[in-house]
Write a protein that binds this ligand. Structure first.
Ligand SMILES: Nc1ncnc2c1ncn2[C@@H]1O[C@H](COP(=O)(O)OP(=O)(O)OP(=O)(O)O)[C@@H](O)[C@H]1O
Ligand SMILES: [Mg+2]
Length: 257
């Protein structure tokens, strides 16, 4: 499998049209252990791309490779197996409000087949430690800030022991300090756990901090795919404009988006 599909995640000439074309001939890939950022304006198809990786959407044309498998034609039962390896952290956190932070994590652990009940308290603590939120085990999600809720959502995603985590706008609606923390956490998880990750973001500071490679989408097409370190040298006018707008944003709006 790995010989045929060396990349952990790959889009091969993916097309998707709803009322209008959203993805047009999109190709990019992400190696195991790498972090790939997907950037571009609102409505350009970033979240739609993540839904293809989760197998919630199927391309009209092209192939989607996930966990070294071509998932394009897989049935729901097989997709569920893939989703054990690749989990998504939703923007809202999607936590259960009536359960404590610890119980939210326990809930995910119980979905795991190999999970050993004897050390569940340790596992919950270990996961919360990983995201620096151990002291909030008995708190309710509604007591926490957006950033902390996202941290809990990440701990919960990690409970499934995934190979890969997808983050959709992890720093939207959190303050700049929390954004920094989130970036540090993502880098730490990548190194400690060898996680592969894909992050959809408008936050170019976060992108520079966490990503190895970047996909820039514009009008449904990939107009840049390459190392984050070379994005600044990309001479595509829309990339240059996007980067310039971000600099204006930073000077004019005090750095928060
Ligand atoms: N299930 C769907 N049915 C019909 N149209 C959809 C569906 N999902 C997404 N779209 C459309 O596809 C386009 C891309 O949406 P998507 O959510 O991927 O944008 P995005 O890049 O994530 O934007 P944002 O930065 O605002 O989150 C939008 O025009 C959206 O309305
Ligand atoms: Mg989106």
């Amino acid at each position: 499998m790995k010989d045929e599909y060396p990349h952990y995640i790959e889009f091969r000439h993916v097309y998707k049209t709803f009322d209008a074309p959203v993805l047009v001939d999109c190709s990019f890939h992400c190696a195991p252990g790498e972090t790939l950022a997907i950037i571009g304006r609102s409505g350009v198809g970033k979240s739609v791309s993540l839904s293809h990786i989760m197998g919630f959407l199927k391309p009209d044309e092209g192939r989607v490779i996930v966990a070294h498998r071509d998932i394009t034609d897989l049935e729901e039962a097989e997709l569920r197996q893939i989703r054990k390896k690749v989990t998504m952290v939703f923007q809202s956190g999607a936590l259960f409000d009536s359960l404590t932070v610890g119980e939210n994590i326990l809930f995910s652990l119980e979905l795991r087949e190999d999970y050993d009940e004897a050390n569940r308290a340790d596992v919950v603590k270990g996961l919360l430690d990983m995201v620096d939120l151990a002291q909030y085990e008995d708190a309710y999600p509604s007591d926490l800030s957006t950033g902390y809720r996202r941290g809990v959502a990440i701990a919960r995603a990690l409970a499934a022991q995934p190979d890969c985590v997808l983050y959709d706008e992890p720093t939207t609606m959190v303050d700049p300090i929390m954004s920094e923390d989130m970036g540090r956490l993502m880098v730490r998880l990548k190194h400690q756990l060898g996680l592969t990750s894909i992050v959809v973001t408008h936050d170019l500071d976060l992108m520079r901090k966490v990503a190895d490679k970047v996909v820039f989408l514009y009008e449904g097409r990939v107009i840049y795919f390459g190392p984050v370190s070379e994005l600044d040298r990309c001479d595509h006018p829309h990339v240059a404009e996007f980067l310039a707008m971000d600099r204006v944003d930073l000077s004019g709006m005090g750095g928060s988006r």
